[in-house]
Design a protein around this ligand. Structure first.
Ligand SMILES: [Zn+2]
Length: 276
């Protein structure tokens, strides 16, 4: 048992490349101790974890997690944490960023998604409503995970956790909007039989104003999206995560896990600018 080990938390989104994901998981099994949310809770209390601890998380609750990642994790008897958006559970409502890409096309849509993430939440919501009402395209539909699928995963060791009610940028929300996001999502998760005490900031957008509201709704751990390995004392409401995806090749995956990726990133970005 290590006293205060480096704690790596991986953040995935959708999982479509099962072959590569399986390779990543096999590598993780060989080189790390994959822990559950509950073991992390114990660590935060007692600082007691196995060597090289690593937690797997996935944001948004895309159905591809159930279709492609869950069978692999189950096969390896591994746990993970899945952060779900509560107003989408059991619906055919798409993710709002996919709607923008659908209405505007991939390229323009991509740019617009980045732009609206910087807007006040009310403005983003009004823009989406206008897009839906003025487009000649039929309404986009997308099957989301059902309560039954979420329960099945929970029973097999996947922690179902809170990723807000509508996935707004928390740093662009008013206190009233934050309150609404947390109260709705907490009630829904509780009604479905889950324990809503873990939260991941949508898009990783941290908001200091949100912390007291998170605590009010019983959140014990909140996760960021900041490409960092947790070292030393971990603030349970500001837990760092390394961003990976299902298609990340193994050489890059290893680099990200080493922590060097974060150090190299600003240099490669600067070199990229010099080349232009
Ligand atoms: Zn998200």
């Amino acid at each position: 048992m290590a006293k205060s080990p480096l704690l790596r938390i991986l953040s995935y989104h959708s999982i479509n490349d099962s072959y590569n994901f399986d390779k990543q998981i096999k590598f993780l099994r060989k080189n790390f101790s994959i822990i559950s949310y509950y073991q992390l809770t114990v660590f935060l209390k007692n600082r007691c974890l196995p060597e090289k601890p690593l937690l797997i998380t996935s944001d948004d609750g895309d159905k591809s997690f159930y279709d492609n990642a869950f069978p692999i994790l189950k096969n390896h008897e591994l746990s993970a944490t899945l952060f779900v958006i509560t107003n989408l559970i059991g619906t055919s409502t798409p993710f709002w960023w996919n709607e923008i890409e659908y209405y505007l096309g991939k390229n323009e849509g991509n740019k617009k998604v980045l732009e609206v993430k910087c807007w006040a939440n009310k403005r983003r919501e009004a823009y989406l409503e206008e897009l839906r009402n003025t487009s000649s395209k039929p309404i986009l539909k997308y099957d989301q995970l059902t309560p039954g699928q979420l329960r099945e995963m929970q029973e097999a060791g996947i922690t179902i956790a809170n990723h807000s009610h509508t996935h707004p940028m928390f740093d662009k929300c008013t206190p009233e909007e934050l309150e609404h996001e947390m109260s709705k999502s907490t009630i829904i998760l509780r009604d479905l039989g889950f324990t809503p005490d873990v939260f991941a900031y949508p898009n990783g957008n941290f908001s200091p104003n949100a912390e007291s509201i998170l605590q009010k709704y019983g959140i014990k751990q909140a996760y960021l999206f900041d490409h960092k390995i947790n070292k030393g004392d971990v603030n349970p409401l500001r837990i760092s995560r390394l961003v990976v995806n299902d298609t990340t090749p193994l050489w890059k995956f290893k680099l990200i896990l080493s922590g060097w990726h974060t150090k190299i990133l600003p240099i490669t970005k600067a070199l990229g600018k010099l080349r232009k």
